[in-house]
Design a protein around this ligand. Sequence first.
Ligand code: UD1
Length: 320
Amino acid sequence: MSLSGIVLVTGGAGFIGSHLAAALAGSGARVRVIDDLSTGHLENIEEIGRDVDFVKGSLNDPGDLKRALEGVELVFHEAAIPSVPRSVDNPLETHRACAEATFSLLVAARESGVRRLVYAASSSAYGDQPTLPKSESMRPDPLSPYAAAKLVGEYYCQVWARTYNFETVSLRYFNVFGPRQDPSSQYSGVISRFTAALQSGERPVIFGDGEQSRDFTYIANVVDANLRAAETTRGIGEVINVANGQQTTLNQLLDTLKKITGKTEVEAEYRDTRVGDVRHSVADITRAREFLGYESRVGLEEGLRKTIEWWKQSRFAKSV
Ligand code: UD1
């Protein structure tokens, strides 16, 4: 990537943001991270600490935002409160962290001369659209405050491209997983929850009958898509699915994890379906192939193995 300015990763101390920051720093870019550490951890950027400039602050604070954007050419906007159930419990918090923060960032980024912003959009935008796989031409149908707030951010990105000629690319991530995804909250992503439960000898909880499906996407694929989105000439002002392209039910996911960990005797505990939960999700990744030259390079099982290896030497394993 040929850059003369700084690259800003919002939410860069979080799960996805920290992987992206590491890849950028590794490629020689000058990287700055802004994070309010509400769900991120400094530990996530410990290894690259010397190579990145860290701003502890909020996108909703004009002073913090100005400081973060100084000299910035390219922004990867990963900051969010990434949870459907948390948004159901606290919609205002999600609105501020996802919709409002994206709006403030777009206003300030344009004013400060940023060249391009790559936005972490969400597959939750599709809701329960019955046609599978889900492709970008479908009408969005958000089912939760999280989905709505993420979609609002996406609309603003599109409008900034159309109205102001400001380059944006929205990547609709499908259920991202991998090392550093924090399993410690009731709101954490399902793969991190299942891994932690299996490794600590607890019963994994399945909400509903476990026949709902997701397109689980390994983090390295998402980083790769972002680096491509920074350079694309075809994806500007567009929405692009980023996924593995494979549909997996939760029951299948748990079986695979049990096989990999050798915990074949563990039985799940089934509880009520979560409010706001999408039933089926799997992506059509044709557009990502065409616009970004993207392919899913790490599949589900390989990604799960890497995630478990990481978990075993993480602070979460040590606290069991
Ligand atoms: C949604 C989005 C995803 C986004 C994420 C942010 C969809 C299809 N996906 O993920 O793109 O990145 O929000 O958080 O909308 N579950 C259990 N047991 C658990 C935890 C979860 O059974 O311990 C179930 C959930 O009810 C759900 C599935 O696992 O059916 C996945 O849940 P989760 O990992 O929280 O992600 P989504 O809500 O699908």
